[in-house]
Design a protein around this ligand. Structure first.
Ligand code: SF4
Length: 187
């Protein structure tokens, strides 16, 4: 059902089709060459859901993390849990990507980058991020109204509508749904 995305396209696809929560995690791992556990889970399972194959996922995380830690440590501490997410280790459960509800209810601590930006960012940071997604000041005010009323998924839906210039009647309830709807429009 999912299209496959390959490693060489991933930066471009992140820019054009990832919802803000995943754009943020993606930018952070590129910038810091590291993500704490909550972020690795949230982004890692999302990437699996958009069709990144296990070998590409290992290559992606390895390329970033080994800029900070040796490849020995990467293999020992991180590769296992990536394979685990793909059901290749432990109980071999095929873990599903997180829905908005779960992400919104998560509780990122200091140094964490997971969570839902509409819920967990400061107002200034959220405005700056929405600006980078190309929202006009009018579009931004609409989104901020939803945020003030704690309608985080509606805020995300309005962002989607502003970015792609089309209505999203179903509403956003899953980051992978956001991705798929955007791919439908862009293709
Ligand atoms: Fe991500 Fe869902 Fe929040 Fe949108 S509403 S940023 S898809 S968690």
């Amino acid at each position: 059902e999912y299209a496959e995305i390959s490693l060489k396209d991933i930066d471009q696809v992140a820019k054009s089709s990832f919802p803000l929560c995943m754009r943020h995690l993606f930018e952070k791992v590129r910038e810091d060459h590291h993500l704490k556990h909550g972020g690795r889970m949230q982004l890692g399972l999302f990437l699996k859901g958009v069709g990144l194959k296990l070998d590409d996922a290992l290559a992606f995380w390895r390329a970033e993390f080994t800029k900070k830690v040796g490849s020995e440590r990467f293999d020992k501490e991180y590769a296992y849990s990536i394979r685990h997410n793909y059901g290749k280790e432990g109980k071999r459960t095929d873990y599903t990507p997180y829905a908005c509800q779960k992400i919104i209810l998560s509780a990122p601590g200091a140094g964490d980058h997971h969570g839902c930006p509409y819920r967990h960012f400061s107002e200034d940071n959220l405005r700056a991020a929405l600006g980078r997604m190309g929202l006009s000041s009018r579009g931004m005010e609409g989104v901020m109204d939803q945020v003030r009323n704690k309608h985080y998924q509606l805020a995300c839906t309005m962002t989607f509508e502003a970015v792609y210039g089309t209505s999203c009647d179903a509403g956003i309830n899953h980051p992978n749904q956001y991705f798929e709807e955007s791919q439908k429009i862009l293709k």
